[in-house]
Write a protein that binds this ligand. Structure first.
Ligand code: MLC
Ligand code: AMP
Length: 495
């Protein structure tokens, strides 16, 4: 396959996209999607390789722009529609997109407003796979501002093909998700993945267990596949406690494949879902920078606690603190913990404008160091047990850097010192907590100040980065070097 979406190169009347939103249900066949992509590319009229910011609203116009860019060889920089003021300014200054394509206003005078149903459908040039960039996806690090991970067209194609082989995806499948379409999970696996295999992509614009249940069964008897983050599986499991959720239970029970990723699905949740539906959830493990590394094969039973072996074509090592591979025995004893390092055609091309940050994670031999800690079984299956950096938080499947939130909170004059940590949470996996030492002179009532600080993060960064709790303390615990001891803060919260 020399193009990203073979079925769009020779389009037919198979259903490509089914969108379920507050506006109802909208659909596009491959033929209609191709015509819309051609019209979009014609109207945009930008040369190959141009970077286009795409405001990732959950509507068909936006999906057409994302698919059109990938089809025609433009580079999408997906933008969370809820980006706060300073996060938006940072990303636009860093990525410098030539245009911003959007279905909603508020993105500047010269934004390209996406419209549907253009008349002009002269066929666009379909770009080859090749090594050119396809996407720049912004992702948080431990400190500093988010970095743009450059994913090439080859990265995307290779990874989808590896996943398709692992899960035996075919054009008969209906792949459903309710994820945002500005990250790897929702965009690369969900939208691009479905279209590359010629399947039908079903998107639920607003997650709810009932909406997901309905989406999974709408095209019965076609085989249904669900992609979701652990928070969604947790909410589905909660919903199943209610007898009124019988249709949701039936939908999950009869799906061909339930896949979880973006964060670890607790064994407890696997068991709850299995008890309620009679079926397991298959986990896979990945990162923005590497796409998906491991996955439990669709043809085998689910493996609670494990994310499966490396995908075909992915090399994986467990390494020690000096990045030396563990001994052959230790690396498969399922006891010895090492950092996951991966290599292969799925590993990104680097961070945009950040050769320093790229060099820290990618070595001269092409190994990417994930920062994730894991063990491996003799059969190759990987168990993710933690993360090197206390300053990286995974909440609801979103990666959030503590440093970025701390810098934002310090902008408020009432904040003298602050430390942000993630603490375990049944629903979100981790919940963001800010420990704040308030300025001596500040007399704002604490509940008012807490609400103000929460809103500051939501408005400057994004809502999902907001602390779910603000704790006021007299002082932050520090070690002899004066460094804040975050594990102590996390413990104090649990206690
Ligand atoms: C709340 N809101 C506020 C606010 N408080 N807005 C402004 N100011 C405040 N103070 C708004 C939010 O914007 C949102 O609006 C609504 O309130 C609810 O927000 P929330 O409570 O944060 O949502 P929640 O229900 O917790 O979301 C759960 C979730 C979400 C599971 C739906 O976390 C999610 O979609 N996660 C998916 C993350 C993901 O795709 N990760 C993949 C990364 S790729 P509104 O309008 O939206 O209701 C990757 C690689 C890999 O990791 O391996 O896949
Ligand atoms: P992101 O930068 O948002 O792509 O997040 C990548 C991180 O998500 C990885 O480094 C892991 O820490 C985490 N992650 C993704 N999938 C899984 C999984 N199945 N189990 C545990 N952690 C996961």
């Amino acid at each position: 396959m020399t193009t990203l979406f073979p079925r769009l190169a020779f389009p037919d009347d198979h259903l490509a996209i089914r969108l379920i939103s507050d506006e109802g249900v909208e659909t596009l066949t491959y033929r209609a999607l191709r015509a819309e992509c051609d019209a979009y590319l014609h109207a945009l009229n930008e040369p190959l390789g141009t970077r286009i910011g795409v405001v990732a609203n959950r509507d068909l116009g936006t999906m057409i722009a994302l698919v059109g860019n990938a089809l025609g060889g433009l580079v999408s920089v997906p933008l969370n529609p809820k980006l706060g003021t300073s996060a938006r300014a940072h990303i636009l200054a860093d990525a410098k997109p030539s245009r911003i394509a959007t279905t909603t206003r508020g993105w500047g005078e010269d934004a390209f407003i996406l419209k549907r149903g253009h008349e002009d459908g002269s066929a666009a040039q379909v770009a080859p796979i090749g090594e050119a960039p396809a996407l720049v996806l912004y992702t948080s690090g431990t400190t500093g501002k988010p970095k743009g991970a450059i994913l090439t067209r080859r990265n995307v194609a290779f990874n989808i093909d590896a996943l398709a082989a692992n899960w035996e995806l075919t054009d008969a499948d209906v792949i459903t998700h309710a994820l945002p379409i500005f990250h790897v999970h929702g965009l690369v696996l969900g939208l691009f993945g479905s279209l590359r295999v010629g399947a039908t992509f079903t998107h639920v614009a607003r997650f709810s267990p009932v909406a997901v249940g309905e989406a999974l069964t709408a095209l019965t008897p076609r085989p249904a596949v669900l992609f979701a983050v652990p928070t969604m599986y947790h909410r589905l499991a909660d919903a199943l406690d209610d007898v009124a959720a019988e249709p949701v239970r039936r939908a999950l029970s009869s799906a061909r494949l339930l896949v979880s990723g973006s964060a670890g699905l607790a064994v407890r949740e696997h068991r709850r879902l299995e008890a309620a539906t009679g079926r397991g959830v298959h986990e896979r493990y990945g990162l923005t920078e590497t796409l998906i590394n491991c996955g439990v094969p669709g043809g085998s039973a689910s493996q609670p606690g494990y994310v499966g072996p490396p995908l075909p074509g992915v090399e994986l090592l467990l390494v020690d603190d000096e990045r030396v591979p563990l001994s052959p025995e230790a690396s498969v004893d399922d006891q010895t913990i090492g950092e996951v390092a991966v290599r292969g055609p799925h590993v990104f091309a680097g961070y945009l404008n950040r050769p320093d940050a790229t060099a820290r994670v990618l070595d001269a031999e092409g190994w990417f160091y994930t920062g994730d800690l894991a063990t491996r079984r003799a059969d190759g299956s990987i168990r993710i047990v933690g993360r090197r950096a206390v300053d990286l938080i995974k909440t609801g499947g979103y990666k959030v850097g503590a440093g970025e939130i701390e810098a934002c909170l310090l902008e408020d004059p009432a904040v003298r010192e602050v430390a942000v940590v993630g603490v375990p949470d049944d629903d979100l996996g981790e919940r963001i907590i800010a420990f704040v030492v308030a300025s001596e002179r500040d007399e704002t009532p604490r509940d008012v100040l807490a609400a103000r600080l929460t809103s500051l993060v939501a408005q400057e960064l994004t809502p999902h980065k907001r602390p779910r709790d603000v704790r006021f303390v007299e002082a932050l615990p520090r070690n002899a070097m004066g460094k804040i001891v975050k594990p102590e803060l996390k413990k104090s919260f649990a206690g």
